[in-house]
Design a protein around this ligand. Sequence first.
Ligand code: PLP
Length: 377
Amino acid sequence: MKVLPRKGTGAVKFDGLKNKFGISNDNVIPLWIADMDIAIAREIVDAITNFLQANIVGYVDIDITEAVCLWHQSKGEALEREWITSLSSVLMGIRTAITTFTQIDDKIMLLSPVYSPFYSLISQCGRTIHEIPLVPTNSGFAIDIEKLNPDAKMLLLCNPNNPTGSVWPETDLQSLVSFCVKHNILVIADEVHSDFIFNQRSFKSVLALGEHAQNITIVLNSCAKSFNLAAIPGAAYAIIPNSGLRGAFHQRISSVHGEAGALSCVALNAAYRHGEPWLAKVKAWLRENRAMVANCFRSSPKGLQVHIGDATYFAWLDFTALDKTHYQIETALLAAGVALTSGKEYGAPCCFRMNLATSPSLLEAASKRITRMAQKI
Ligand SMILES: Cc1ncc(COP(=O)(O)O)c(C=O)c1O
């Protein structure tokens, strides 16, 4: 894959270093925010160009339900078109689910560490976060089913998990769903990273567990992460088999014009109908990057544990054993010339997320800098 020069283009990952980290050092390698430094699929560019060249950008209704069903069908998931509601963002979907189906002060469970907006959304909606810390294992992370709270009203699940890249096994998903059915808890499953599965453990959507799971679940997904479309907000959608939940959710979404915009629907149709060959190439490239970085860290110093999960284009770096504060580690990383996403935002101090969707030479240089920093600090 050709890695594009993005500095000076307004790219947040590069040009936003000052805002985010307070530094403007040209030598810092930015491996933080989750986008890829590559061109998008030609088919998407063509579809958007054709749409704009028609010169009519009034209210239009562009169906995405057929393309979404075909995409999921190609991965063995059978959906019905009427289950799908388009969304201007996944976070809009999560927020709507929280405000529609829970009350102020209700407990919402999440498995931590997890994507940082999950925490802020729950708090901003006046609900209570109930964290279930993931348990580190030899091969990654496990869910402690015993820690689930029967008083909670909602489980906010991220599968595959951002930032650890964990793919939750079917047996764990079954246990989570059984618990939630028993205690009348709604499951909101963010499956945004499900196109990036790399190891043997195959991804299973909660919806694939059967009718009992479908009845209590809202799945949120998007083509923006898989097809690198962060600058086109809104190629997102909710999948809600239960008609009662769907009706209430849809009503809220349409009351704020929260559906996906036309441009993003055009992008989604192009991506899901014609983008598979592009995605296959991207995944092959990411697979090599993941292996290369795993190799760079194979003999990493004692104080640094590196985990590259079964999914996502992230490595999860745990510096806890260095016995330093989060601030000390972050400062040392920046001084060494690497900007990573702080795990503190994900509920995991002393941990950092490294974005692997860039050039192998930058990844190699960054891995060396990180290793050296962990040896010296
Ligand atoms: C797990 C997860 N959910 C949601 C999002 C954001 O999606 P959106 O921009 O559609 O709200 C991201 C973006 O990185 C993500 O990693």
